[in-house]
Ligand binder design. Structure first.
Ligand code: ADP
Ligand code: MG
Length: 564
């Protein structure tokens, strides 16, 4: 085939115009896009070779090479993947297969920052090369075709491109970027290396660059003929569990979390089904200093097919699990998916639900373990993260029951570690509520006169002293069919536990004391709604209670402190 000139599809022209005229921030992502295409091409070859091993020709080792030529002002990304035939080059590099170009354009028009990061979102990553290049030459040969059936595709990224036949002995694709004036920063080993390790470290193919050595005579760095891998190519999560040691899991955790301590636990799964993804999630042992910042960036990194996408993907984890660290690698999401798309995507929703359940089940395994040492681990976890987990009771209704089982409290029975299930196990036979009191401190709670009757009758009361408890209980009405009831609210009704005789006596007393009660009511008119004879006190002469359904004294004090 002699040289032919083709015109780009109209949409491609629009995209190219945008790319070359208005994408200024995040230029470096062109390398991520081109490396990711190279890696995709290798994946495709590996897949096709399953049926036809001859496609490997004599080079079965798949790899990506990134190089540059200072004199020629070029950066080249080469792969020995599937390559393209002439028809494929014309179809794939001259037209856009996917719909949504118009939305893409509209979005960029509205975006003041003109972030280049948006480009891959609609499957047009290849064109990002034109952000830094005023000409791109692609030399490619499809695996299985003869050397003479190679193709050179070349364009300045304006209206048209040229294609011609070339002789290309090596299978695969070279993408050669002729850099624009002012883009010299990309003609440096360290710069290219740092972009690769930022975005493509976990691509599981080796990404090779020429070794650089200091030449004392010339007193400058010179490129050697030797190539070395510049990515870790580890993608630990994409290996099967049996291939990864405990040490490797810990090492990886430390790398991504900047935590010096080993994690409390991890979970590693490949999830298949409607949405396909791999999750490797860690629970830290101790809380970071900024645990209380609900706006802080999430600790879960999002990858799409081993290409790093973003590291604060809050859409992947509910806020109350913000302490979880790890990686989620989706096989379905588009590369370079935007934050907005993440929020809307059904795949992301499925990932978020699946991951939440995984984290809860790690915690359940620890909390319910037969092994006392494991349960002690959970107790330690609870000390640091319990209050954050409580946020989930109010925010995550789908998992409220599971979260309720993970709660731990102090009670009149034990100073810590009391679960609602423990409480119910010890409850009186006729007891039809779970009783609690809220207070500023454990000693204030313990000394409350409202507990007197419960002590006398040997009924356990949960002592809640955490600031979020009151809020949490406004969302949690019952546990295993038993309502949670404040001992400081309303006319205490102990139900079947109430002594009938005592009750009758109290009624008589109330009758006799009516004149006194009336006088007290009159005297306290502006400060008390009602004055009643109570059976809830044993030693103290009087106590203040709030009306059922009203704010508790504790919450009222908290709100007052907060200036409400
Ligand atoms: P996407 O990768 O989302 O499909 P791109 O604009 O990055 O979109 O690439 C467009 C198409 O060009 C790819 O789908 C592929 O068919 C082809 N292509 C790009 N780079 C290569 C390559 N290195 N080897 C083989 N085919 C490639
Ligand atoms: Mg691509």
């Amino acid at each position: 085939m002699t040289k032919q000139t083709h015109s780009f599809q109209a949409e491609v022209k629009q995209i190219l115009h945008l790319v070359t005229h208005s994408l200024y921030s995040n230029k470096e992502i062109f390398l991520r896009e081109l490396v990711s295409n190279a890696s995709d091409a290798c994946d495709k070859l590996r897949f096709e070779a399953l049926d036809n091993a001859a496609l490997f020709e004599d080079t079965p080792n798949l790899e990506v090479r990134v190089s540059f030529d200072e004199a020629a002002r070029t950066v080249t990304i080469s792969d020995n993947g599937i390559g393209m035939s002439a028809e494929e080059a014309i179809a794939h590099l001259g037209t856009i297969a996917k719909s949504g170009t118009r939305e893409f354009m509209a979005k960029l028009e509205g975006d003041q920052k003109k972030d280049a990061n948006l480009i891959g979102q609609f499957g047009v990553g290849f064109y990002s090369g034109f952000i830094v290049a005023d000409r791109i030459t692609v030399e490619t040969r499809r695996a299985g075709l003869a050397a003479e059936q190679g193709v050179r595709w070349s364009s300045e990224g304006t209206g048209d491109y040229e294609v011609e036949s070339i002789n290309k002995p090596g299978r695969g694709t070279d993408v050669i970027l002729h850099l624009r004036e002012g883009e010299e920063e990309f003609l440096k080993t360290w710069r290219l290396k740092s972009i690769i390790s930022k975005y493509s470290d976990h691509i599981s193919l080796p990404i090779l660059m020429r070794k650089e050595e200091w030449d004392a005579e010339k007193s400058e760095q010179v490129l050697k003929d030797e190539w070395e891998p510049v990515n870790k190519a580890s993608a630990l999560w994409s290996r099967s569990k049996s291939e990864v040691t405990q040490e490797q899991y810990e090492e990886f955790y430390k790398q991504i979390s900047y935590d010096s301590e080993a994690p409390l636990a991890h979970t590693h799964n490949r999830v298949e089904g409607r949405s396909e993804y791999t999750q490797l999630l860690y629970i830290p042992k101790t809380a970071p200093f900024d645990l209380w910042n609900r706006d802080k960036r999430g600790g879960v990194k999002l990858y799409v097919k081993r290409v790093f996408i973003m590291d604060d993907a809050e859409a992947l984890m509910p806020v109350y699990l913000r302490f979880v660290k790890g990686v989620i690698d989706s096989a379905d999401l588009p590369l370079n998916v935007s934050r907005e798309l993440l929020q809307e995507s059904r795949d992301v929703k499925a990932i978020r639900e699946g991951s939440t359940k995984r984290v809860l089940s790690i915690l359940e395994t620890l909390a319910d373990s037969e092994d006392a040492a494991e349960r002690a681990k959970y107790a330690d976890f609870w000390k640091d993260f319990g209050s954050v987990l409580k946020e989930g009771v109010g925010e995550d209704h789908a998992n409220q029951e599971r979260l309720a089982k993970l709660l731990r409290f102090a009670s009149t029975h034990a100073d810590e570690g009391v679960s609602l299930a423990d409480y119910l196990k010890r409850a009186k036979e006729d007891q039809d509520a779970i009783y609690y009191i809220t207070a500023d401190s454990l000693s204030a709670a313990k000394n409350s006169p409202q507990l007197e009757i419960f002590r006398k009758k040997g009924i356990e009361v949960l002592l809640l002293t955490d600031r979020v408890d009151e809020w949490m209980l406004s969302h949690l009405y019952e546990f295993e069919g038993k309502p949670l009831q404040s001992v400081a609210k309303g006319a205490m009704d102990l139900g079947k536990l109430q002594d009938e005789e005592e009750k009758k006596k109290a009624e008589e007393v109330a009758e006799n004391l009516k004149p006194l009660l009336d006088r007290l009511k009159e005297a306290l008119k502006s400060r008390a709604k009602d004055v009643r004879v109570s059976t809830r006190l044993v030693d103290s002469p009087a106590c203040i209670v709030v009306e059922e359904g009203d704010m508790s004294g504790h919450l009222a004090r908290l709100l007052k402190q907060a200036g409400q």
